[in-house]
Design a protein. Sequence first.
Length: 191
Amino acid sequence: MDIRNFFFTYRSYTPIPLGAMIIYFARPENTYFFGGATLLVAGELIRIWAVSHAGGETRTRNVGATKLCTSGPYAFVRNPLYAGNMLMYLGIVFIAEAASVLLMAATTFSFFLIQYLLIISLEEERLDELFGQKYSLYKENVPAIFPRISRWSGSKDRTPARIINTIKTEKRTLQNVVAVLILIFIRTQYY
């Protein structure tokens, strides 16, 4: 298994050591709470928006897709789920005010950027095979992680899923965020 497949297969678990570090070094004093909460909520809203357009296919263990999604946030960035995750983790770092906030934020951002660039290169090879020129055109016009300012005019509109269905799909992410925030609270109150 190459490194890209490793990160893709275990993408739900590779951040655990980073999360443990954030919890261990947490020293919240409310200095960055509002900014952190804003990043966390923004990241989750991006994820909800993305899942409402791409559906449960985003939870797969297989590289690929049955159809190319270019609507909603996908008209601004090819990987809105990854962008949302990065914002959420940075938000948690700021809420936790882990040791050196800027150092921890830089570490978190660097970890996810490297992991996601590796995963994206793997996914894009498969999407190139599946969708050919259609995907190449999309890739030329929509950036991978950092969104464009305006919606890509070549995006295809898709009716988003109902919010209740989207929340059900996103349930595990929401549970994990709540668990990490509870652990930060416990860590700072009792240890």
